[in-house]
Design a protein around this ligand. Structure first.
Ligand SMILES: [Zn+2]
Length: 275
């Protein structure tokens, strides 16, 4: 499966009281052998039954718009839900995996640590963030563990079974089994979906930029949601290095930043110079 084209979708808009509008950046990848989603956003079942999202949704306050679901957008592009063969998940929080239920034929890929943590829900924060209805709906699932391989300056990357040119790159911090997803498009250009390893483009920008009120609020929210706080800053530094590396053409972005989503959508449409 070579990745030929990538659509940058917003599969969930949020009206956070703390930091304002957020999005749910999902990738729809056209490959030589079917479609692959990176994350799945909010699902149709979540919209029909918002209680499915639990109390964690009170923090980010998702707007429940059917037209933003991956299933709706896949259909609008002329595909059927059964065309989605794989969903590669950065992690299993409700806003990243809720849409997986809309693609019952897809195989879901995540780290072994993430699946174990979401299933066992040993701690109070885990019970708050993971939704049993989402996790139990994952029946075709493949997990990744062990040493992995070197990729883009990271160690421990796992090639996705059945999807050429796509890797899970463990980045624990936001959750214990959180991972970024690296993909090579057209055999040359790199995209690195960092999930919730950061929340705003400023986090991987210059270290000497002024800390505005918004940056401080985003940082506070990130701390609130992190399972392992001590790893968050280190992830920022690693991703900052990757974003500014000279050795590869790589776009680094996160799930919830509307600015990054807009840039990559314009880039994919060819309306942004330098893409
Ligand atoms: Zn998230």
């Amino acid at each position: 499966m070579t990745i030929n084209k990538v659509h940058h979708l917003n599969c969930g808009t949020f009206a956070s009281l703390l930091v304002g509008t957020l999005v749910s950046h999902v990738l729809l990848c056209e490959t030589s052998d079917g479609l692959v989603l990176v994350d799945s956003g909010i699902g149709i079942l979540d919209i029909e039954s918002p209680r499915r999202l639990g109390r964690a949704a009170l923090l980010l306050r998702p707007r429940l718009r059917r037209e933003e679901t991956a299933a709706y957008q896949v259909a609008a592009l002329g595909y059927s839900t059964s065309d989605i063969r794989h969903i590669v998940a950065t992690h299993l929080d409700y806003d990243h995996i809720g849409g997986a239920s809309d693609f019952p034929a897809a195989r879901v890929h995540t780290t072994a640590v993430e699946l174990r943590t979401a299933r066992t829900q040993r701690s109070l924060p885990d019970r708050f963030r993971y939704r049993r209805s989402h996790v139990e709906a994952l029946t075709h699932i493949e997990t990744y563990d062990g040493v992995g391989e070197k990729l883009l300056g990271f160690t421990g990357a796992h090639p996705i079974n059945g999807v050429r040119d796509m890797w899970l790159v463990p980045l624990p911090g936001h959750t214990a089994g959180h991972a970024g997803v690296a993909l090579r498009v057209g055999g040359r250009r790199w995209l690195f979906h960092a999930g919730d390893a950061f929340f705003d483009h400023h986090a991987i920008g210059p270290t000497d930029q002024p800390r505005t009120l918004r940056i401080r609020k985003v940082s506070a929210m990130e701390g609130l949601l992190a399972a392992e706080h001590n790893k968050v800053e280190r992830n920022h530094a690693r991703l900052r290095d990757l974003a500014h590396t000279k050795s590869a053409s790589v776009s680094v972005f996160c799930s919830h930043d509307p600015v990054m989503l807009g840039e990559l959508q314009r880039c994919a449409q060819g309306s942004l110079p330098g893409c």
